[in-house]
Design a protein around this ligand. Structure first.
Ligand code: TNX
Length: 603
């Protein structure tokens, strides 16, 4: 990766972090290093230029990606400011020629050349080792430095992705109305950027938001909106849960029955209740729009096809996935633990056909490196069935040139292909899972297997990062099986030690260096008022998806973003909250229906 080609060094200081300074700027996630010298701010004017600068020898696709970052920044500034900022590609003569070629490149906020009156996005080196669709293993690939003075703003990074992350910091440095979707009067003092120097990189390379579009279908526009929101908090993965018992949501080339039959239901919506006029699945064109929109924001789309459980939609479309060959009834209920795909030795040819068709089609549509195979909640599978399925699915993903991701149960697979990621979704890892004792939970055992079999780990503990859990007693929506997840609960934990005993540091189920990421998940089992208390009387009881998303994601999504991005030593709930509350005005400006939780003093 990039680290090998260009060892970018970055001075890490704790300035402005845990000591509480820097809270006035309201940056979330908190950067690694933030300095303010009290100088005059930069003021964005209609005449400000967005200048992108790359070395002469930079490859065309990298050059285009850098130009794209400048375009996206212009698009993000335009609606609220009304400015149609000129863009320019900086003269390569203005760029030092000594970067690249495997040299050590210093990305430092100390000596950024500021082009007067401009926002300059400068790629340092030639980004030769950078692949927009490579595995997300190297946090250093997203390093950036940002310097703002009254003369201008400069962002430097060794990759286009790093430059983009820097632009999202810049947007947060501007006054809150910049987030509005329509033109706003300039704030008093103008569209100012305080004089700052920022040096930053993520703690984890894999920072995911998961969206369950299977239980409830989210139209493309809602998914694009979520991508924008997630990217503004520096997430870099969108996992789409595309298939479950209650629905199949993606058109698969050559297998039209999957959507013709499998997409007619949702959780709580039986066949015949679709009176919206929209199809409850993404066409190839829809999916391409999602992938492209995400790519512009350096977000990798990870499609998930769950199995061998959670598959009644597929079983309703393809009878051969059942031992008796008869298709399942379309399912719109609320249960989990439904019958698995018939993965007996005799039926594996049919299962392989299904997996081959789905995996190859999905791999063709997906530029990112990962395919997620699910694997959760299969109650008492007959001997060998689960392993039959995982073995066949792993083989298809490898043959398609992709890397496997699975839920923690997937670690039961006899082997795991190189690069596999296993996601932990157990409750109460550190404090309640009895790590190293006789009462250690099964899921912790799966994680030990995952590590033994060579996988790296993504942490998605439901009692921390399931944003479909209720916040508290007053929550209008959400489930409660993992307990309440209030803001502090979502924020105040450490992914690296979540699977270490709280009593004995030597009792480690997953070593810290095998944790490569964090995921926040919005499941959609029950998207109606007080879903935890009762079943809905009719489909009228279901809420618009945007209302459900906004309420459950805000304010917790930014909390998980900071867990994934900011070094643990620089994270502190007491200094997070005063930064976060400043975002309320931004959420209002975007018309996000956030939950004004009562354990925080909002402005
Ligand atoms: C558990 S996360 C599930 C999902 C549900 C979710 C609800 C996982 C692998 N399985 O099927 O939607 O809980 O909170």
């Amino acid at each position: 990766g990039l680290a090998a080609a260009t060892a970018v060094t970055l001075a890490v200081t704790s300035d402005g972090a845990a000591d509480g300074s820097g809270t006035t700027l309201g940056l979330v996630p908190m950067p690694v290093s933030l300095e303010q010298d009290g100088g005059d701010p930069f003021v964005l004017e209609p005449t400000t230029r967005v200048v992108t600068v790359v070395d002469a020898d930079v490859a065309g696709d990298v050059r285009a990606a850098v130009t794209g970052v400048g375009e996206t920044l212009g698009e993000q500034l335009a609606p609220a400011t009304g400015f149609d900022l000129a863009r320019a590609d900086g003269p390569s003569a203005a760029v030092d020629g000594d970067a690249g070629d495997g040299d050590t490149v210093e990305v430092s906020a100390d000596d950024l050349d500021v082009v007067p009156g401009s926002i300059t996005l400068r790629l340092v080196g030639d980004a030769a080792g950078w692949d927009p669709n490579g595995p997300l293993t190297d946090p250093a690939a997203e390093r950036y430095a940002l310097a703002a003075t009254s003369d201008g703003v400069t962002i430097e990074a060794a990759t286009p992705a790093g430059l983009f992350r820097g632009t999202q910091t810049l947007l947060q440095l501007l006054p809150a109305p910049v987030a509005a979707t329509s033109e706003q009067p300039a704030p008093a003092g103008g569209w100012t950027v305080p004089a700052v120097r920022v040096e930053d990189q993520p703690r984890y390379a894999y920072r995911a938001v998961g969206l369950d579009v299977a239980r409830r279908f989210y139209p493309v526009e809602d998914v694009l909106r979520l991508i924008d929101q997630a990217a503004s908090y520096k997430f870099d993965v969108l996992r789409l849960h595309l298939a479950d018992d209650q629905g199949w949501r993606i058109a698969i080339d050559g297998m039209p029955e999957l959507t013709e039959i499998g997409a007619r239901t949702q959780s709580g919506f039986a066949p015949g209740t679709n009176d919206t006029g929209e199809d409850w699945y993404y066409t190839a064109e829809d999916y391409a729009r999602i992938v492209d929109h995400a790519a512009r924001r350096f977000v990798t789309v990870v499609p998930e096809i769950d199995g061998p459980g959670h598959t009644l939609a597929a079983q309703s479309a393809i009878g051969a996935l059942r031992c008796d060959g008869t298709p399942a009834e379309p399912y719109s209920g609320f249960d989990v633990g439904n019958p698995m795909i018939c993965s007996s030795d005799e039926n594996m040819p049919a299962v392989r056909d299904y997996l081959h068709g789905v995996v190859t089609a999905l791999a063709d549509m997906t530029p990112g490196p990962y395919l997620h195979l699910g694997g959760d909640e299969v109650p008492d599978p007959p001997d060998g069935w689960y392993e039959n399925y995982t073995e066949a699915a792993n083989a298809e993903v490898v043959a398609a040139g992709k890397t496997v991701i699975g839920w923690h149960e997937w670690a039961q697979s006899e082997t795991l292909p190189p690069g596999t990621l296993v996601e932990y979704w157990g409750v109460g890892g550190r404090n309640r899972a009895g790590i190293g004792t006789q009462v250690e939970t099964d899921e912790v055992g799966y994680m030990r297997d995952a590590v033994d079999k060579g996988a790296d780990v993504v942490m998605m503990p439901p009692d921390r990062t399931y944003l479909d859990m209720r916040y508290d007693d007053w929550s209008t929506y959400g489930l409660q099986w993992a307990g309440f997840v209030d803001l502090e609960q979502a924020y105040d934990w450490d992914p690296a030690t979540e699977l270490t005993s709280p009593l004995d540091d030597s009792l480690v189920a997953v070593p810290a260096d095998r944790v490569v990421g964090v995921e926040a998940a919005l499941w959609s089992d029950r998207t109606y008022q007080n879903g935890v208390l009762a079943l809905p009387d009719s489909t009228d009881d279901f809420v618009p998806v945007q209302q459900y998303m906004d309420y459950l994601l805000y304010p917790r999504l930014p909390a998980v973003a900071e867990v994934a991005w900011t070094p643990q030593a620089q994270r502190d709930y007491a200094t997070f909250v005063p930064r976060l509350v400043q975002h309320a005005a931004r959420w209002d400006a975007q018309q996000i229906g956030w939950n004004r939780v009562t354990d925080v003093d909002w402005p």
